[in-house]
Design a protein around this ligand. Structure first.
Ligand code: GLV
Ligand code: GLV
Length: 322
C-alpha cells in the first residue's frame, strides 16, 4: 500500500514530480496559507508531511497525527515544529540547510546597507513627489551612516553568520562574532555577547530560535548596544524583543534597523516597528530567490523520498530517532 503524503503548498523545483510516483500524494492547492484546522484534518490519516515554516506543528497538532511517520519542512529553521514531541514519537524531522546560506546572507546585507543609507526612506521620499527644488541636494540631505570601515557584530556564527562575515570583510568592516557554541571562525574576532553589543556599529542576528535564544536581545541588551548602532534581523523575530527595539529606535539610542522576521507573521497592524521611518521592513524574504527556493523544495522533497524508501533523511534535525 502506498504511503499517504500531504504537502501543504504547491512547490517549485523538479523533484515534486518524482514524489507523485512514489506515494499517495495530496497537495494543498491554496490560495494563501493552509488554515490550521485543515492541517489538523489532513494529519489525521497521513504518514508523511511536507510543510512550510508557516505551518505550526505544536504538540497538540502532533498528538492528533496518529499515523504520522516522517516530516520534512521546506526551511532551515524548525521553530514552528515541536521537535521534542516528534522525537518522542520517533518521527524524523527534515530541513533544508546549506542551499539558502548565500541568499540569506545577501538579504541581511541588503537590510544592513538599506538601513544605514536610508534606502527605504529615500525611495518613499522620491515616490511621494517630495524631491523638489526647495528640498533637494544639500550637504546634509539624506545623510546616513557609513558601512565601510565600521564594526559589525555577528550574533550566531553558523553558515549564514559566516557568509555575512565574508561580505562584511569585502566592505572593509571589522568583524566581531559571538556564538552560543563558542565557535572560532577565521577573520572573525570572537568576543563575549556583552562586548559585541558594546563595540558594534552594526549588529546582525543569525542564530536559530530555540528556548535559550528567545528574546535574547531584550530591553537590557538593546540598551547596552553602542549608541547610534543599527540592528539587522533576518533570522527569527522571536530572538529580539520588538517592543524594546521600537523604544530604542524612538529614543534615538539606535540609529536604524533592518528587519525581515517578526514575532508574529504576517505583521499585525499594531506592530510598533511599522510606523518608524528608520526601520526597513521586509516580509520574511531571506531565502527568496527563484533558484534558492527551487533548491530548498528539492531538498525537502528529497527528505520525503528518502523516508519513503526507508532511508534516513539526508538533512534531519533529530537524527537520534534513527
Ligand atoms: C527561512 O526562514 C527558513 O528557515 O528557511
Ligand atoms: C555627489 O553626487 C557628488 O558629486 O559629490
Amino acid at each position: 500500500m502506498n504511503k499517504k503524503v500531504f504537502v501543504t503548498h504547491q512547490l517549485p523545483g523538479e523533484r515534486i514530480h518524482e514524489l507523485a510516483e512514489l506515494c499517495d500524494l495530496n497537495l494543498w492547492m491554496g490560495p494563501g496559507l493552509l488554515p490550521p484546522e485543515e492541517l489538523r484534518e489532513e494529519l489525521e490519516d497521513c504518514h508523511g508531511l511536507l510543510c512550510l515554516l508557516t505551518d505550526r506543528l505544536d504538540s497538540s497538532v502532533i498528538a492528533g497525527a496518529e499515523h504520522l511517520e516522517f516530516v520534512s519542512s521546506m526551511s532551515v529553521g524548525v521553530d514552528h515544529i515541536d521537535v521534542n514531541a516528534m522525537s518522542a514519537r520517533g518521527i524524523p524531522v527534515g530541513n533544508t540547510p546549506g542551499v539558502l546560506v548565500d541568499t540569506t546572507a545577501d538579504t541581511a546585507f541588503a537590510l544592513l546597507l538599506a538601513a544605514a543609507r536610508r534606502v527605504g526612506e529615500a525611495d518613499r521620499f522620491v515616490r511621494q513627489g517630495n524631491w523638489r527644488e526647495e528640498n533637494a541636494w544639500a550637504p546634509d540631505f539624506f545623510t546616513g551612516k557609513d558601512v565601510s570601515g565600521a564594526t559589525l557584530g555577528i550574533v550566531g556564527l553558523g553558515a549564514i553568520g559566516q557568509a555575512v562575515a565574508k561580505r562584511a570583510q569585502g566592505f572593509g568592516m571589522e568583524v566581531l562574532g559571538w556564538s552560543r557554541s563558542g565557535r572560532d571562525v577565521p577573520g572573525v574576532n570572537s568576543v563575549s555577547l556583552d562586548e559585541l553589543l558594546l563595540r558594534s556599529d552594526f549588529v546582525s542576528v543569525h542564530t536559530a530560535l530555540v528556548p535559550e535564544t528567545r528574546h535574547m536581545l531584550d530591553a537590557e541588551r538593546i540598551a547596552s548596544m553602542k549608541p547610534g548602532a543599527v540592528l539587522v534581523n533576518a533570522a527569527r523575530g522571536g530572538i529580539v524583543d520588538e517592543v524594546a527595539l521600537a523604544e530604542a529606535l524612538v529614543r534615538g539610542h539606535l540609529y536604524a534597523a533592518g528587519i525581515d522576521v517578526f514575532e508574529r507573521e504576517p505583521l499585525p497592524a499594531d506592530n510598533p516597528l511599522l510606523h518608524l521611518p528608520n526601520v526597513v521592513l521586509t516580509p520574511h524574504i531571506g531565502s527568496a530567490t527563484t533558484i534558492t527556493r527551487a533548491r530548498m523544495a528539492d531538498l525537502a522533497v528529497g527528505n520525503i523520498i528518502a523516508a519513503l524508501g526507508g532511508e534516513p533523511m539526508p538533512h534531519c534535525v533529530n537524527p537520534a530517532v534513527y
